[in-house]
Design a protein around this ligand. Sequence first.
Ligand code: FBP
Length: 583
Amino acid sequence: MTKSVLQVERAKYQPKMPAVLKQQVIAVDGEKTESVADRNEIKALFPNTYGLPVVSFQSTAETRSAPAVNVGVILSGGQAPGGHNVIAGLFDGIKKANKESRLFGFLLGPGGLLKGNAVELTSEIIDEYRNTGGFDIIGSDRTKLIQNAGHFERALKVLNALKVDGTEYKINALVIIGGDDSNTNACVLAEYFKSIGSDIQVIGCPKTIDGDLKNEQIETSFGFDTACKVYSEVIGNIQRDCNSAKKYWHFIKLMGRSASHIALECALQTHPNFCIVSEEIEEKNYTLDGIVEQIVELVITRNLAGKHFGTALIPEGLIEFIPEIKKLIKELNQILSTMNIDPNKIKKSELIDEISKRLSTESAELYSKRLPESVARQLALDRDSHGNVQVSLIETEKLLADKVSSLLKTKKDEELDALKEPGDEKEIKRIKSKYSFSPQTHFFGYEGRCAAPSNYDADYCYSLGYTAASLIGAQKTGYMSSVRNTTKSADKWLAGGIPITMMMNIEEKPITDSNGKLSLEKVPVIQKALVKLNGAPFREYAALREYWALNDDYVYPGPIQFYGPAELTDQPTMTLHLEQKKK
Ligand code: FBP
């Protein structure tokens, strides 16, 4: 494989990790835990893994020999920078405890486990991928591991007798690197193994660029840092272009699924003229037209100040948070789950007609008149395997740019029509300038998901993997690997494990079956962390946004730096800094 000079140099980087993990450790159990909500239901669903104590690792003088273990690892869901370093940390951790231990990677995500498709990850393979972006070491997918009892049995059978290169191995522990859904799956699997008396351990690791897998115990999900830095670099470049030519409004949609953490972090890093935070839209009950009016007002104010340009950041999940659209999606979920129609056997246009007839009057008006047909179609039909609306497919940046453009045109035409002297060239010029608007649209998502991890992500991920190895050594199961205190220097980071049941609650979720049929089910899931409007990152943004709207205080963060002083190379996100400052 041909490598760039940077790749060759970067491969030599030795990730920093908590000082405690460099020594012999013991797992110290803390207090017993409770789930964040719905305690009785979660306890009943997880009788064997509920209430476990939080675990922290501490150094010990005692030297113990660890038995050799066979560990399986899965990368699950969307890519996030640093996944390879989690695997490298896990590999180094289990080998340090016993060099006879082996690591097996299931190919192409959870589906690889169900198919028994795995490779042994040797030091030669691991060394090729240290400090690199992507998940290509073993690949990933979005297969759900816990769809039915058959999946559990299949997983058990594969792990008890995994065949790789003609040899059969009993896998002692499985590490699932994934987001909230995948870590929920990890816990369900851990519970199942315990309930049948199997000693196979299951450990999760918090991954997702979206930044929505965090709570009191998990400071951040890996990949968020790098992805935000990559997007902020490009937003900065666009802002410089914008400030140079002074002729375009850039509408930039940012990945991040439901939560607006990425848009908010990028706003804090780059100071755009406008940034939507979906959670605020919901809280303030804004309509789609209300959002459009706000942007139109800003465009006009800036035009009047001679600034015919600007930048607006739009979170990917916006559409689901606009209360009228949220209501529509809820009605659609209900209708699709009771319609008793196989969506694969009916023409799309007929299905949309059928749906419209069953919607409430307001939703039907929004669905059939105010939303472009393409968006209406996506809301009803294009769901992912978890039954969620595929927000990354909805072109909100274009929808908003089009709506802003047409409202400005309407306002301009009204003002031109009301001219007392229709031929007044000076007035016509003034009105045209007041309503001028030239948009450019962008969507940044996939560009940042496989970037080479920043030092923060490289270190954090390696430490998460190493901690997962220590949790395996401590015979833990149903835990998520946890590394905390990460705004401090790495030697002061804390390593431990958090019982996954502690993060769970019960939610009603749309589930699609193998025929694409939707149903609503109450299921245990890890609670998603949305942007808190009373949290420090949002409050910081809210205090500054008026200034940024009119004064072009653009920041150009530039590319991620790997070499140089720690202030340049090792800074975590502003979100994390602000969140930790209050503690
Ligand atoms: P995860 O939640 O699995 O980490 O995925 C994150 C994400 O990148 C979202 O931001 C985005 O909405 C989605 O994946 C896109 O999915 P896909 O990779 O299937 O196109």
